[in-house]
Design a protein around this ligand. Structure first.
Ligand SMILES: [Zn+2]
Length: 109
């Protein structure tokens, strides 16, 4: 199985509590939204990023003596982590779960 880059979508703006809409990638209903408000499952977005490695990538801003971190594609990318101040936590992690798993932590009260 290929290693997937998990997207950090902890921000509440990714969750539309008012309605589910068909995912733009798989067509199944989802309350999740991309930064551009596209209805999309997080795992579908991660799969799309993995399958579209030639798409334009986003990186953290350059900081002296530190490598820039890949934060995803311009279509689907991490929350924050675009500035040095937000670099404290690693922005790139490999998903331990298989594609299709639901990020249940996102819905915890
Ligand atoms: Zn989907």
């Amino acid at each position: 199985m290929a290693a997937y880059q998990c997207l950090n979508w902890d921000d509440a703006s990714h969750y539309d509590r008012t309605r589910d809409l068909p995912c733009v990638l798989c067509g199944r209903p989802t309350p999740l939204r991309s930064h551009a408000s596209e209805p999309v499952h997080k795992v579908c977005a991660e799969d799309w990023n993995a399958d579209n490695a030639d798409q334009p990538r986003r990186y953290t801003l350059p900081v002296k003596d530190q490598p820039q971190d890949d934060v995803g594609t311009w279509r689907f990318h991490n929350d924050g982590a675009n500035t040095a101040a937000k670099r404290r936590a690693p922005s790139v992690e490999l998903c331990p779960s298989a594609p299709g798993d639901v990020a249940v932590g996102l819905f915890a009260a």
